[in-house]
Design a binder for this molecule. Structure first.
Ligand SMILES: NC(=O)c1ccc[n+]([C@@H]2O[C@H](COP(=O)([O-])OP(=O)(O)OC[C@H]3O[C@@H](n4cnc5c(N)ncnc54)[C@H](OP(=O)(O)O)[C@@H]3O)[C@@H](O)[C@H]2O)c1
Length: 345
């Protein structure tokens, strides 16, 4: 891992709570149930660290009060929007990795966390922000920019690392967008997706007592044109959609066209989008092979079968009518299966 810590000895020096900020310090992961957070928690537990999850809900599938198993993190119920449960969760904590995402309320939720942390042991706050937070004029990016400022202005030790779009979110967005028979693709736009796994690995490295302030960005291993990415994804999941490149309006896409969400000099993630999709399809029991091709082959075979049937000797007049009806039904079911291709996934 790169040695890109820029330690500030003044801010990370002795003070309230600094004795808690050791490698054995308890680590609180906000959003420990989320895409990045749950991978991070698993890795920290496996590394033998003292880990707590903050969630709005009880541990799923476990009756409250059930004794903790050795490979479980501690679980704290709390809400970043109201501040409920934060003081208790932060008691004795030396490091907080703030992975919670509270869309539309991220800034106030983080402010609640920082107030509670300042009143507690003044833990080191590690925050995964987004590449482009400094420049893209869109709500999610502006909120990350405001959070980065809150951290810099706080009395707490802090580390911010901006990361790229997650593979998981690209897949989910494409799934939603593919509900229609056509898909608008942002023209002149590329993405640099990264695995939540790679982000979690970076965050594990940052769970130290030492703050590093703003670290170099963490981008995915490749930069891919939006249309190519979409076509590739469709092929893997076995869908056919008409792709319509459009110059999307708004400041978000203007920023994307500038490439402000990319880090071409920081291709540091390991897992490619293709590797991620292969793993995802295997987990769902669907090999990531050329499903579109397999579907086309099945359709061609059905057509051939139909043509063969048509060449068979025609039935007498009465029966022929019924035969014709059956052929119509065949057509209808073929159509239905074709339109099944267009059904929302
Ligand atoms: N998404 C991306 O593509 C992307 C890209 C770059 C950086 N990031 C950064 O990574 C962070 C994590 O992203 P993610 O995609 O892993 O998040 P996520 O999967 O959307 O997870 C959201 C988490 O936030 C928690 N949460 C929501 N509201 C809460 C509240 N009021 N109080 C306490 N917890 C609350 C949820 O926990 P419960 O439901 O258990 O309460 C959940 O674990 C983001 O904040 C962002 O800055 C994300």
């Amino acid at each position: 891992m790169e040695a890109d810590y820029a330690v500030d000895p003044v801010r990370s020096g002795p003070g309230k709570g600094s004795e808690r900020r050791t490698m054995s310090a308890a680590i609180l992961v906000t959003g420990g149930t989320g895409t990045v957070g749950r991978k991070l928690v698993r890795k920290l537990v496996a590394a033998g660290r003292d880990v707590r999850v903050l969630s709005r809900k009880d541990r799923p599938g476990v009756e409250p009060g059930t004794p903790k198993l050795p490979d479980w993190p501690d679980w704290f119920v709390g809400d970043l929007r109201t501040g409920h449960g934060l003081a208790k969760a932060l008691e004795g904590v030396g490091i907080v990795v703030h992975c919670a995402s509270v869309p539309g309320h991220d800034v106030e939720a983080t402010a609640q966390l920082l107030i509670a942390a300042t009143r507690a042991e003044k833990p080191h706050i590690v925050y995964p922000s987004m590449i482009g937070a400094d420049r893209i004029e869109d709500a999610a990016y502006r909120d990350r920019r405001a959070i980065e400022r809150l951290l810099a202005d706080s009395e707490l030790p802090w580390t911010v690392v901006r990361v790229g779009h997650l593979h998981e979110h690209i897949d989910a967005a494409l799934r939603r967008a593919s509900r229609k028979p056509w898909m608008f693709v942002p023209a002149d736009t590329s993405y640099q997706p990264i695995a939540a796994e790679d982000v979690a690995n970076r965050l594990v490295d940052l769970c130290t007592p030492m703050q590093a302030h703003q670290l170099p960005d963490v981008g995915g291993p490749e930069i891919i044109d939006a249309e190519d990415l979409t076509a590739y994804w469709l092929n893997v999941v076995g869908k056919k959609r008409k792709l319509i490149p459009v110059r999307k309006r708004g400041k978000l896409y203007a920023g994307y066209r500038e490439g402000w969400h990319l880090a071409p000099d920081r291709l540091v993630g390991h897992q490619t989008f293709a590797e991620f999709m292969t793993e995802l399809m295997a987990a769902q029991g669907k090999p990531a092979e050329d499903k579109a091709e397999a579907k086309a082959a099945a359709k061609a075979a059905a057509k051939e079968e139909k043509a063969k049937k048509a060449k068979e000797p025609k039935p007498p007049k009465e029966k022929r009518r019924r035969g014709q009806d059956a052929a119509t039904a065949d057509d209808a079911s073929a159509e239905a299966s074709e339109s099944g291709d267009k059904t929302p996934s």
